[in-house]
Design a protein around this ligand. Structure first.
Ligand code: GLC
Ligand code: GLC
Length: 645
């Protein structure tokens, strides 16, 4: 069966009759725009099933049902956003991530701290997964057992809806997690599967013996080798091996089964209907499994994401997708959609390459890998963007492209070893206090946990009572913020970092956290400490006030907003990172010294980009002299340079 206009016309007629929808209504107009792609992708994935057309029809019916349930005020917002597809990127967007319980107690509590968000000028909040999970271990919310209710103690779905609405009135959008790759082993589907229900057993990957699992294991890496080695878990109730790529209690969904897709699309649309503006598609590279591969980034994953996106663009076109694809730089890019598919997958993707290269530059004091990696990132069209960040709830994985690492003169293995040693504080002269995460003796991999401030040296400096080191640590934090807030894309701040919260070792006393060092950087928000933010002498105040001032400046500098173009340039000094943001009206040059020594940059840099002297640093409001043809940067200095008008 091939796509034809007649097929679509017939489908519309059927749906119209079934759901009493007016033919010309926006729903069908939108469906008409995406249907051919939807059809082709669906057929590609499920065309071998004898009833695939019936199932596609059913999926379209689901879209109508969810559309009919969508509240009018959300539909109104959708229409406004449809008229301006780059609505999100043509503004000064800044996000803030929080665990609801750790930051505000419960969802309503978020509103009590609205002023705090307002003080920073936050434009969207990412609530870490807040749906129902089993007691005890649940991977920080990523083992969802029910999307129809919230985690114990957080409140009701109605509360969440109200909070979404209230935040929206404040101009703050809502980002929610959609855990698409797996469910908790306590999810209703998993429970039914354990009871022997074949329909639900087909929702997961289950094998009666080790034959197939062993084949898979030959090529699949391990995500949590310390706590959940291997990719399969034996389930005694049904005497089967279930695929569990993450933890043993997170069962991977089987997207070969079109009913899984159907259910997951339904949940995505329910989250959209709650009032979410952005959905974070968790662990997206893992959605499709194929024997003989790493089971990551398979081409079918992109087909699935395109289907999700098509469905959302029919029912809730105002909703954006964020890809959480912490993979190789080349693979990350594909989640924007490739070629003519740009805009048909995710609107934002975590810029993990940028993040890890910033940490690389801080440790090596050299910007070669950072510059090279970023030069490899293509220019993005204005309706998609990077989500830039320094820290998040996860570890830092050293996911560089080995080719880049070699090209800048390092040996990949040794270089990773160095970075781990450095951030765990073992390397002579290191200031960092990170922790190892998931060391894998089989391949030598180690990832790094730790809060922004602790990795940047603040914890060690405070312990040692070393004022000079404390000052440097704060400068490192601010250097990173200055780059984050001027780099092209949408910046996402991680809660607690704004007041320099340190590692929190209390997880070691908690049974369900002790084996997962990521909890060291998932503290309870310290509101007492936050009060010190108004004291400009305190550490909290120094970081917070500088950050707020940067955020203020960014708000007033359109040239720094996500849609404005950027080029990475060679500063001529291996310790100094440089890039230009430029629009038809304005130009801004960012120069950042990653070393703890004074550095010199040639004034020719200005000529090269067509910037005329005199110039000033917008951050300090100070004119920057170019004497004897050079500019002199203090240790960790970062300037946002503009022509003095
Ligand atoms: C994502 C989350 C991470 C979680 C994993 C499994 O990568 O960010 O915290 O452990 O998915 O859901
Ligand atoms: C791996 C996964 C990523 C996840 C992380 C959690 O890096 O690729 O999706 O967030 O593990 O530690």
């Amino acid at each position: 069966m091939k796509y034809s206009r007649a097929y679509f016309v017939e489908l519309v007629a059927k749906l119209r009759e079934r759901y009493h929808l007016d033919e010309g209504c926006e729903f069908f107009l939108r469906l008409g725009l995406v249907f051919q792609d939807l059809f082709e992708n669906y057929r590609y994935l499920y065309g071998d099933k004898s009833n695939w057309e019936y199932l596609l029809d059913k999926l379209c019916g689901l879209l109508v049902e969810k559309y009919q349930k969508r509240e009018d005020f959300l539909k109104k917002i959708d229409r406004e956003r449809e008229k301006k597809p780059a609505w999100f990127f043509e503004k000064n967007m800044v996000g803030y991530v929080m665990y609801v319980d750790r930051w505000a107690g419960n969802v309503k509590g978020i509103l009590r701290h609205k002023d705090y968000l307002r003080e920073m000028g936050i434009s969207f909040v990412h609530l870490m997964p807040c749906f129902a999970v089993p007691e005890g271990e649940n991977d920080g919310g990523y083992a969802v057992k029910d999307y129809g209710s919230l985690k114990e103690g957080l409140g009701s779905i109605e509360d969440l809806k109200r909070v979404a609405l209230d935040l929206k009135k404040e101009g703050i959008f809502l980002m929610l997690d959609m855990v698409v790759n797996h469910t908790s082993s306590e999810h209703l589907w998993a429970k039914k599967a354990k009871e022997g229900d074949l329909f639900y057993q087909n929702f997961y990957y289950m094998f009666p013996d080790r034959v197939v699992p062993d084949e898979f294991e030959k090529t699949m890496p391990e995500i949590f080798p310390e706590t959940s080695p291997g990719n399969f878990t034996y389930v005694p109730e049904i005497r089967a091996w279930v695929m569990t790529v993450f933890h043993h209690y997170q069962w991977d969904l089987n997207y070969n089964n079109p009913y899984v897709l159907y259910e997951m699309v339904g949940i995505i649309l329910d989250l959209a209907n709650l009032g979410a503006d952005i959905l974070r598609l968790d662990a997206i590279p893992y959605l499709w499994k194929r024997l003989g591969t790493a089971c990551q980034n398979e081409p079918e994953v992109h087909r699935l994401v395109q289907i999700f996106k098509a469905c959302v663009s029919v029912v809730a076109p105002g909703v954006l997708f964020v890809a959480e694809a912490i993979v190789q730089p080349k693979e990350i890019l594909k989640y924007f959609g490739e070629g003519e598919n740009v805009g048909k997958e995710c609107d934002l993707t975590y810029n993990a390459s940028f993040m890890v290269c910033l940490w690389d530059a801080l440790a090596t004091r050299k910007v070669r890998l950072l510059t090279r990696t970023l030069l490899g990132q293509p220019h993005l069209p204005p309706m998609v963007s990077w989500l830039n960040y320094l820290r998040c709830h996860d570890d830092i994985g050293l996911g560089f492209d080995d080719e880049d690492v070699r090209a800048v003169g390092y040996t990949p293995r040794e270089h990773r070893r160095f970075l781990v040693d450095f951030y765990l504080g073992h390397f002579p002269g290191s200031w960092a206090k990170g922790l190892p995460f998931m060391a894998n003796p089989k391949n030598g991999d180690v990832r790094i946990s730790g809060s922004l401030a602790s990795l940047a040296g603040l914890e060690k400096a405070l312990e040692e009572g070393n004022e000079e080191e404390k000052k440097l640590a704060i400068e490192r934090v601010l250097l990173l913020y200055k780059i984050l807030l001027s780099f092209r894309g949408v910046p996402l701040l991680y809660y607690g970092d704004e007041i320099g919260m340190l590692n929190d070792y209390s997880y070691r006393e908690k049974k369900e956290e002790v084996n997962d060092s990521r909890w060291v950087h998932r503290p309870f928000m310290d509101w007492q400490k936050a009060k010190k933010r108004h004291d400009g002498e305190s550490v909290e105040g120094r970081i917070f006030q500088s950050l707020v001032s940067l955020l203020e400046k960014r708000k007033n500098l359109e040239v720094l907003w996500p849609h404005v173009s950027q080029s990475i340039i060679d500063s001529g000094n291996e310790h100094v990172f440089a890039f230009v943001r430029s629009s038809s009206q304005d130009m801004l040059l960012v120069i950042a010294n990653f070393s703890d020594k004074t550095q010199i940059v040639s004034g020719h840099l200005l000529e090269k980009i067509g910037m005329e002297k005199p110039i000033k640093d917008v951050i300090s409001e100070r004119e920057i002299p170019v004497s004897d043809g050079v500019m002199i940067l203090e240790p960790y200095a970062c300037w946002w340079l503009k022509e003095v008008s």
